[in-house]
Ligand binder design. Structure first.
Ligand code: SF4
Length: 376
C-alpha cells in the first residue's frame, strides 16, 4: 500500500508522529497498514481540532459561542496557569503547534511531533510541555503517557540546555484537570533510544499487527484490517452468554469504542467513495445534503417588525438562549459570567420560567483502589 507521492504531501513525511506513538508501540504493523489510506473524518475529531485551534489562538472566552467549548478553553487556560506556577515557576518563550523532528546520529529525521504548548525558560534549564485532550474519554496520565515522553524527546533534542522537562496532560472537561510529571535529560535520552528502535521495527513489512481498542480506534486501516475484524468478531457469537457475566460484560464494553469506530469508518469510506463517483458502491447513492437556514436575530427581528409583527407576536417565536442572556446580564450589571448565570437562574426559578432537563449519565471507568493497584 506504499505510496511515496502521498508521503510527500503528508506533513509528517510518512514517518511516525508523537500523537500516534502509543498505538505504534501496541501495533507494530500499523504504520505500513495505514500508508496510502485516506484520513477518516470523525465528527468528534473535528470538534477536538476546533477546540485546539481556539486554545492555540488564545481566543477570549467571551468570543466563544458554544458553552462546552468555552468551558474547555477556560479550564485549559486555568490548568496552564497553575502548571506554570508549580513547575517552571516563571515566564519563558512559548512555542505552539510547531512541528519538530527527532533525528538520528547522522541528522536524518525518523519521527516528528507537534506539541500543543511548550514554554522554555533557558536560564532555569526547564521546559513545560502541555498536551490538551479537549474531549471526554480515557487518557494515559502524564507519568505513563508515551506521547508526552516523545514530545519531551523532541523538545530536549532541539534545546540542549534543558535539564528538567515537565510534561502535562490537560483534560479540561475531566476531573482532575491535569496530570503532570517531571523527566530528566537522562530519562528522555533513554526514551529517544527506544523510539529510534521502534522507528526501525515498524518500517519492516513483517511487523506484527496486534488489535486492541486503543490502537485500532483511530486507525485508518480499521475498515480493512483482518486482525481488527477477528477481535470484533470474537465477541459477537456469544453476546447473550457474555451479558450474564459482569466481568465479560465489562471487557466487551471496553471494546465498544472500537465497534463504533468500525461502523463509523465504514460509513465514512462509503460516503467518500460515493462523493467521488455515485456508482462505486453497489446498492447505494449519495443523496442531497440537508440545508440548515440560520437567521441573524437582530436583522430578522427588525425586518419582521417592519412587516407589522408586534412584540407579543414575536415573543412567541423567540427562543431564549442562556449564554446570550448571561453575557447581557453580566455586562448590564457589571458582574462576572458565573455570578450572572447564578443570578439569572435564581430569578428564572422564582418566576417559574426555568425547567431543567436531565441528560443521561455517562458511563465512567472505575479507577482501581490503592489496594487493587498494590496487588498488581
Ligand atoms: S486496525 Fe488495529 S490491528 Fe489493524 S493495523 Fe490498525 S491498529 Fe493494527
Amino acid at each position: 500500500m506504499t505510496n511515496h507521492s502521498e508521503d510527500l504531501l503528508d506533513e509528517r513525511k510518512g514517518l511516525p508522529s508523537a500523537s500516534g506513538i502509543e498505538s505504534l508501540f501496541l501495533c507494530k504493523g500499523k504504520l505500513l497498514a495505514e500508508r496510502g489510506l485516506p484520513d477518516i473524518e470523525y465528527s468528534e475529531s473535528k470538534e477536538g481540532t476546533i477546540r485546539h485551534s481556539l486554545a492555540e489562538m488564545d481566543m477570549p472566552i467571551e468570543e466563544i459561542d458554544d458553552p462546552e467549548r468555552a468551558r474547555a478553553i477556560t479550564n485549559a487556560k486555568l490548568a496552564v496557569t497553575n502548571l506554570k506556577q508549580t513547575t517552571i515557576k516563571g515566564d519563558g518563550y512559548k512555542l505552539k503547534e510547531q512541528r519538530m523532528w527527532l533525528r538520528d546520529e547522522k541528522g536524518v529525521p525518523f519521527l516528528s511531533g507537534k506539541p500543543d504548548y511548550v514554554e522554555i525558560i533557558p536560564q532555569y534549564k526547564r521546559a513545560l510541555i502541555v498536551d490538551y485532550k479537549m474531549l471526554y474519554g480515557e487518557h494515559s496520565p502524564a507519568h505513563a503517557n508515551p506521547q508526552l515522553f516523545t514530545l519531551a524527546s523532541l523538545v530536549m533534542q532541539e534545546n540542549k540546555s534543558i535539564q528538567e522537562c515537565f510534561i502535562a496532560l490537560v483534560t479540561p472537561l475531566l476531573d482532575p484537570l491535569y496530570s503532570v510529571s517531571m523527566l530528566t535529560r537522562d530519562l528522555v535520552e533513554e526514551w529517544t533510544e527506544k523510539l529510534y528502535k521502534l522507528s526501525k521495527t515498524i518500517q519492516n513489512p513483517e511487523a506484527v499487527r496486534r488489535a486492541g481498542v486503543k490502537q485500532c480506534k483511530y486507525c485508518r486501516a480499521l475498515p480493512y484490517c483482518p486482525e481488527a475484524r477477528q477481535l470484533l468478531d470474537s465477541n459477537m457469537d456469544n453476546i447473550e452468554e457474555l451479558s450474564k457475566d459482569p466481568d465479560a460484560l465489562g471487557e466487551i464494553y471496553a471494546l465498544a469504542p472500537m465497534y463504533e469506530k468500525f461502523a463509523a469508518s465504514i460509513k465514512a469510506t462509503v460516503r467518500s467513495k460515493l462523493k467521488d463517483n455515485n456508482d462505486l458502491v453497489t446498492g447505494y447513492k449519495l443523496g442531497r445534503g440537508t440545508k440548515l437556514n440560520q437567521y441573524d436575530s437582530e436583522k430578522a427581528l427588525e425586518a419582521l417588525r417592519a412587516e407589522g409583527f408586534d412584540s407579543s407576536e414575536l415573543d412567541t417565536a423567540v427562543k431564549i438562549q442562556e449564554k446570550n442572556i448571561v453575557s447581557l446580564w453580566a455586562e448590564k450589571n457589571g458582574v462576572s459570567i458565573p455570578q450572572a448565570r447564578k443570578a439569572l437562574r435564581e430569578l428564572m426559578t422564582k418566576k417559574d420560567a426555568l425547567s431543567v432537563k436531565e441528560g443521561m449519565g455517562r458511563i465512567i471507568k472505575e479507577k482501581p483502589t490503592k489496594e487493587e493497584k498494590e496487588d498488581k
